[in-house]
Structure formats: C-alpha cells, structure tokens
Ligand binder design. Sequence first.
Ligand code: DGY
Length: 322
Amino acid sequence: MTVIVSATLPPDLLSRVQALHTVVQVPAGTPPQEVITEVGRRAEVKGLLCTLKTRVDEALLDAFPQLKVVSNYAVGFDNVSVPVVNTRKVLVCNTPGVLDAAVADLTFGLVLCLARNLVPMHTFVARGTWKTKPAPLATDLAGKRLGLLGMGRIGRMVALRARAFGMAVSYHNRSRDTASEQSGLASYLERDALFAQCDFVSVHVPLSDTTRASIGARELGLMKPSAFFINTSRGPVVDEPALIAHLQQGRIAGAGLDVMVQEPLDGASPLCHLPNVVLQPHAGSATVETRRAMIELATNNLLDALAGKTPKAMVNPGVWAV
Ligand code: DGY
C-alpha cells in the first residue's frame, strides 16, 4: 500500500514501513495543500503518519479518498477534524501514555523555575549584579498548593512530583478522580475555587471547541497576585491577551508556558519580554527517549491498522469497530 510519512522517522522504523509499503516522504509540517501538490491526488494512499502540524480536514481527505488510517505522532489530535474523519470512516491513532512523565517533568521544572526565580537569578549572576547587591529572595514550594486543571494521566504525574516536594495538590476535572482523592494524592476543588485558592495553577486539558479560550480574564482575575500560571497543554485554551495583561499589571506573579497560541512564538510577542515569564518551545515531550517511544508507537499504530490488526491507541475506535 502507499503511505505518506510527514515526520522524521528513524532509519530502523522507516525500513520497517518500507519493507511493507510504498513510502512517500514529505517534510514534517508541510502544509496540507503542499502535501497534496507534492504527493499528487493519489487514490492509492491508504495511510498517513504525521505530526500536529498536518491539518487533517476535508481538503486532505478529498485528495486521498482511500485513506484508511491517520497515525498522529502526538497524543493531542487537535490537528484532526474528528467529525470529518468519522464521517469518512478514517481511523485516527495517537500516542498516549508514553509521554506523560516527560511532560510532567517539564511542568514541574516550570513550577520550580518560577518559585525559585531561576531565570532572573541566572541573569543576576551572569551580568555581575551579584557584586553590587544581594540576590532577591524566592518562594518555598513546601506548604504551597498546586491546582491542576485537568486530572488525566499527565495531571496525576504532576501531582506525584508536587507531593514529593511537600506541596498540597488540588484538581478540577469533568469527572472526579476518586482514586487520587482516596489515596491522598489530590483533593477536588470547584473550577473557580481552584483558580482562587491555589498558589500555582497548571493546565492539563486537551484543546477542543469547549476548552478553546476557556481560561480568560475572569479565571485569571480569580487568582491571587502571588500565584503562578503554568500551561504545558495547548496555547489556545488560554485567552493570551488576557494572560499578557494580567502579567504586565502584576495581577498574577508569573507564568511558565510551553505552549502558545501561535507556534513558533514571534520574538515580538510581549510574552518574550516579560521578566515574570518562562518560555519553552512546546518541548514537553522533547526528550530522546520519549520521542523515540512516541514515534515507535505511531509507527506500530500505522502498520497494525494497515495490517488489519487493532492498533494500541485509537482516537475514534468506533470507526475501527464497523
Ligand atoms: C502531544 O503529543 O500532543 C504533544 O503536545 C507533542 O509534544
């Protein structure tokens, strides 16, 4: 069968796919229209392995009408129009589980960075300011409350890290996580209370029509002026201008952001020039080990689906069942 690979596949995995299928490679992130131009409107394309940068929509599926499976090299699938793939009976796979620890590590890294002022302290030393005055004091983590908006696999891993640092953890989620509550890992708070009562609020929700811009001036306005905001999920879940305004006006203490509305972030964005912001380049899963596990799972999902074997991770299993 013919498959399009729009991701950097390690040589051993590429060989595995090539041993079974005809592979058309396009650089990761090639816009859909260019993929179509480059590959041509090909009826025989049955599989697509891609990153979040590929929009899987009507236009793409029109160009490849026989497409059976889209294997996303990501756990998120906000690049995929789910109603469209469902109508066209295209299976979508993703990479849950294997990146939870890496994303939780980065989230907690941002918590530590903000609490201990690591970036400004580095500048303080590197610019020689240390010679002229004592360093400003930072904030303890022990005894502070971390609020998790979203309590899935990643949220729980962040909670474990926070507990190891002596923090109290609360969460808000659509459904209650009774296991975490009973084990003492985290207590439940209503959504507004989470923003109002926590010293750190960390976001772990997927991007959907419901969550888009769901954190705005109202939610940020509930936060304490001493509280920090962390987002390692998706930029567009936050009303970014409202966040910038709150940071500029000192209405919250700071933010740690791995994700933004526009990625890559333009250097002219006010976020790049605020002293109370720490930025990362959407790097939650960006470790050698985690990316390998993700691309391996994405490749296996693709090959399994094309071989008629149930893939490990399906976004819309209903399509597979029929
Ligand atoms: C994902 O897998 O959805 C991550 O955001 C990619 O790093």
